[in-house]
Design a protein around this ligand. Structure first.
Ligand SMILES: Cc1ncc(COP(=O)(O)O)c(C=O)c1O
Length: 450
């Protein structure tokens, strides 16, 4: 895990940072005694051992991706200044970096004119998008698919807006007939299209949802917290590709640099196509916005204090790995997706497992073969535990049995939900680890026979 060269690089960069402040008079910082510091840090390291190895390719469970070394280093470097991107007073350099990095994300979606900023994560970013949507369409309903992240229902209740789920097809994508029936009632303010659902990485059909907006007036918010960067991937099927292209015409979009953007946690991003929504944020602050008449990020964000270090990390990552099709960053995403497609294909030919539909992004869901849906569900949990003993860490999900309708798993279509295994193959290294993952899976399967 530790690359000692990177610590030398950090020390060199810190010395460079220091040069900018050398003109100040010397002072003695009141620091803790070094011995005690070492002791506490060692205990902290021991406590942190109680984690799954998220950085390793055998961690193939939840949506967890290690930050890129440049993000870790730039974050650590900025921590020595600890800027606050609420206002230019607290984070002049990192506010500029945030504006540049966010403009690059907006450009990836085809937006030159926009309003946007970083925030704590996908939940916060979606809250802002729906808060703006609720001000534009007050008292109107918010719709999202039944496979959308649970946060949309909860956020709607925070905003006191009515929320309604829209059914999905057998591949976890929003069903257009159900959507249109709901739209016909005339009380829908916003439709949330999820491009990359959390459970299965399914892509709602955005071009068709955009077409419905021509007939029924509503806002379209795209939750691409997990999937957004796949806009750059060249190995998606046509419907997914077209949905990502459709983001250019949506009203707002959320993307999480702390998911696929190689950033440490605490980095979400919300973007609005119409910059004039900035007026909805208008507030007075008697304490903050004095150092410049230029825009302070706190003037267009619901959160006040925010880590400037997150902006420095994102900015540096995008300098090293620009957000462009065919670049190293895009290739990393494509590798994870190839791994998911490969694992899906291998599982299809296995006697012990049956995967659901082919992944649209990099998430594979699959079931162990067993006598009936009850035994299958209980076996999924057992395999989850048995695989962990072989250092293979998977995730478990509760999903509709009909997701296996096209896979020929008899008897499951009737089960409202089944407990299945879920694997997010979001590290490029996963591409080389599919055989090792499969090997451990089949061992775990045979060890869990009744
Ligand atoms: C599609 C989607 N939206 C929103 C969220 C919530 O994001 P966060 O956990 O960063 O708050 C997630 C988290 O997995 C997600 O997958």
């Amino acid at each position: 895990m530790l690359d000692s060269k990177s610590l030398t690089m950090l020390a060199d960069a810190l010395a460079r940072l220091d040069e900018g402040f050398r003109h100040l008079p010397e002072f003695e910082a009141r620091r803790a005694d070094n011995e005690r510091l070492r002791e506490v840090l060692t205990v902290t390291a021991e406590r942190l051992q109680d984690n799954f190895p998220y950085f390793h390719p055998l961690y193939a469970g939840q949506m967890l991706k290690p930050p890129h070394p440049i993000a870790r280093l730039a974050y650590a470097l900025a921590m020595f200044v600890n800027p606050n991107n609420h206002a230019l007073d607290g984070g002049r350099a990192t506010s500029a970096m945030e504006k540049e990095a966010v403009a690059e994300i907006a450009a990836m979606f085809g937006w030159k004119e926009f309003l946007g900023h970083l925030c704590g994560g996908g939940t916060m970013a979606n809250l802002e998008a729906l808060w703006v949507a609720g001000q534009i369409h007050p008292r109107k309903r918010i719709l999202a698919s039944e496979q959308a992240h649970y946060t949309h229902n909860r956020i709607s209740s925070v905003l006191q807006l009515e929320f309604a789920p829209v059914s999905c097809d057998n591949r976890g994508r929003m069903d257009l007939n159900s959507l249109e029936s709901a739209l016909k009632k005339g009380d829908v303010g916003t439709v949330v299209a999820t491009l990359g659902t959390t459970a299965t990485g399914s892509i709602d059909p955005l071009p068709e949802i955009l077409a419905l907006r021509e007939r029924y007036e509503f806002r379209i918010h795209v939750d691409a917290a997990y999937g957004g960067y796949f806009r750059l991937a060249s190995n998606l099927a046509a419907p997914a590709k077209n949905s990502f292209l459709g983001i250019a015409d949506a009203d707002s979009v959320v993307i999480d640099p702390h998911k696929h953007g190689l950033q440490p946690y605490g980095c979400g991003c919300v973007l609005f196509r119409d910059p004039s929504v900035g007026k909805l944020y208008k507030h007075e602050s008697p304490y903050t916005y004095f150092s410049s008449a230029e825009l302070h990020l706190g003037e267009i964000s619901l959160e006040c204090s925010r880590p400037g270090a997150a902006a420095a990390a994102l900015w540096a990552t995008q300098k090293l790995l620009p957000l462009e099709p065919g670049g190293a960053f895009a290739k990393g995403l494509e590798a994870g997706r190839d791994a998911a497609v490969a694992l899906h294909a291998r599982l299809r030919h296995e006697d012990s497992f049956i995967p659901a539909f082919e992944p649209e992004l990099d998430i594979v869901i699959f079931l162990p073969r067993d006598a009936n849906s009850k035994r299958t569900s209980s076996r999924s949990r057992k395999i989850f535990e048995a695989a962990a003993k072989h250092d293979l860490h998977l995730a478990v999900a509760e999903l509709p049995g009909r997701f296996w309708n096209d896979a020929g798993m008899e008897g499951l279509g009737d089960a409202e939900t089944v407990t299945c295994l879920r694997s997010v193959l979001m590290k490029p290294e996963h591409q080389d680890w599919v055989p090792a993952i499969l090997d451990r899976l089949t061992r775990a399967y045979s060890e869990t026979r009744f």
